[in-house]
Write a protein that binds this ligand. Sequence first.
Ligand SMILES: [Zn+2]
Length: 107
Amino acid sequence: MKCVICGGNTQRKAVEHKEFGISLGMFKADVCEKCGEAYFDEKTADEIQRKSKEKGLFGLAKKAKVAEVGNSIAIRIPKEIATFMNIKKGKEVTLFPEGRHDLRVQV
Ligand SMILES: [Zn+2]
């Protein structure tokens, strides 16, 4: 097949699929030789989703609103993410701005 992103040729190979930095295993995909984009067939995509649910990663990315607390602002961390990352009240975390549109929280 042709890559929909760059038009390059794809090659069938096994690739590791990660979600939130956690490996879900190796899966067969058509991988673009030019840009590296991986295309999974429907059956493989279902398998990936099943593994993702099994590991509690499915749908873990959540939207959060920024609130104001005194002179600073606060972002509520949804329960699912707090549990996944083992973040508890009183725990100290480090905030790393990664450019102007990305914020990394290191536990
Ligand atoms: Zn491509």
